[in-house]
Design a protein around this ligand. Structure first.
Ligand code: GLN
Length: 467
């Protein structure tokens, strides 16, 4: 068998075998992927990702497969078109092997809000993989694919990357087209990338980044050659550390690992400086006002008329809308729609939504001030390691706090990356996060690469589930 086909077959075999335990794929496209591998074999084009197996989160439109958003309401939905990012991957020769599990409409931090069962963390299957792009993170961490697309609204790529011991990149708002990414909160959403290494993430970013006429929020900013930057000496790079954020709520083992990573960066020649992000303490509150407000509007389109699921036995139009939404959406999605409707309603709009927008501006200004003095800001990615399945399901607030370090980058529109930086005493991965100024993905990827090549997780790192 030819090389591309045998690699893709191996990826599919692993995906199928592991899915019984890990539930990371909602759909594995064996026939489609094998046919595509065969076509690629025949073509003489040397495209950059030729034969590269990739998994795609199930809220990114694919016309050759389903796009359920982890929701019953889109359970049988098949889009008419591919997302721009998907088209770009295909054009570059990638083979999409399947669509991955996720929290319903990307709302969640653990994958437990999926309508199709929770994906499991391959390091310990009693734990969550993080969310909402948990399935994509698991597909990469378990070795089924080298890279995957996810989506980020408040940390949904970086947090699961941290929980699963891989690299997760959220690019600048406007770097990757959102055409064909099902909207959650349009001023925050951005497609993100998981890689086994930062080089894998860089290769995929190179392919999918850039202006797209179908998404007016993409910017006409030149896409640099990311590979040129990776491997450059990081001596003299300035890394800012906001110590005030290393306090309450941060797990001790995570704190120690991240403190060690700061020393490790110093040993690589980076200069460490103290910075202050005074408005960061409001980030979760601001995020849950803005994200829910936008979600309540975006999700109004799912009414049983145009897409997917329609409730049976409804006799009037209004009854059909209500039954469809009642039966089609899960509890967390309903909670967000209600919160969002509330903060936008007359009488509360100024007190919540308008105020949150003002604080969002201050938060962004904090980062811009910091970037006058440093190239990147370093924090933990998440306040803890992967938690147990079920541990936070009854406490939405505790779940929301999982994103305390990540949501600010979405609110400010800046890029962020999570890189594995250590293991807990139980052998679970810990991630460090670097965020940088707008369009500084190359700097972040270079800093991440320097770290992972000098301080890999090492021989202690073992999955309980082998790929
Ligand atoms: N966990 C956050 C939320 O539940 C972020 C989700 C995301 O980035 N899509 O909204």
């Amino acid at each position: 068998m030819s090389e591309i086909k045998s690699n893709i077959k191996k990826s599919l075999d692993n995906a199928e075998k592991l899915n019984e335990t890990l539930n990371s794929f909602l759909k594995i496209e064996r026939e489609y992927a094998l046919n595509r591998a065969e076509e690629l074999e025949k073509s003489s084009d040397e495209s950059p990702l030729k034969g590269f197996a990739i998994a795609v989160k199930d809220n990114i439109c694919t016309k050759f497969s389903q796009t359920s958003c982890g929701s019953r309401i889109l359970g049988n939905y098949r889009p008419q078109y591919n997302a721009t990012a998907v088209d770009k991957l295909l054009k570059a020769g990638a083979v999409i092997v399947g669509k991955t599990n996720m929290d319903e409409f990307a709302m969640g931090s653990s994958n437990e809000n999926s309508a199709f069962g929770t994906a499991k963390n391959p390091w310990d299957t009693t734990r969550v993989p993080g969310g909402s792009s948990g399935g994509s993170a698991v597909a990469v961490a378990s070795g089924v694919v080298r890279a995957a697309l996810g989506s980020e609204t408040g940390g949904s790529v970086r947090q699961p990357a941290s929980f699963c011991g891989i690299v997760g990149l959220k690019p600048t708002y406007g770097r990757i087209s959102r055409f064909g990414l099902v909207a959650f909160a349009s001023s925050l959403d951005q497609i993100g990338i998981f890689g086994q290494t930062s080089k894998d993430a860089a290769e995929v970013l190179q392919t999918v980044a850039g202006r797209d006429a179908n998404d007016s929020t993409t910017a006409a900013v030149e896409v640099p050659n990311y590979a040129d930057e990776i491997g450059k000496d990081i001596k003299g790079k300035r890394i800012g550390v906001p110590r005030a954020l290393f306090g309450e709520g941060l797990d001790n083992e995570v704190r120690n690992a991240v403190e060690q990573s700061i020393e490790n960066y110093r040993s690589l020649g980076a200069e460490i400086i103290d910075i202050d992000l005074p408005n960061s303490k409001y980030s979760i509150a601001v995020y849950y006002i803005i994200a829910t407000a936008e979600a309540s509007s975006n999700l109004a389109r799912f009414d049983g008329v145009r897409y997917g699921f329609r409730a049976e036995n409804a006799h009037r139009l209004r009854e059909m809308y209500m039954k469809t939404r009642e039966e089609g959406f899960g509890a967390e999605v309903k909670r967000r729609i209600m919160l969002g409707t509330y903060v936008l309603s007359s009488g509360y709009y100024d007190a919540y939504y308008a105020k949150a927008q003002k604080v969002r501006t201050l938060l962004k200004q904090d980062f811009l001030n910091a970037f006058d003095r440093c190239d990147a800001v370093l924090t933990p990615t998440a306040p803890s390691v992967a938690f147990k399945i079920g541990e936070k399901t009854d406490d939405p607030l505790a779940m929301y706090l999982s994103d305390i370090y990540t949501v600010s980058a979405n609110l400010a529109g800046i890029p962020g990356i999570s890189v594995p930086c250590g293991l807990s005493s139980e052998g679970l991965p810990i991630g460090l996060q670097l965020v940088g100024k707008h369009w500084s993905e190359a700097v972040l990827l270079n800093l991440a690469n320097a770290y992972e090549s000098q301080f890999p997780l090492g021989a202690k790192a073992r999955f309980s589930v082998a790929g």
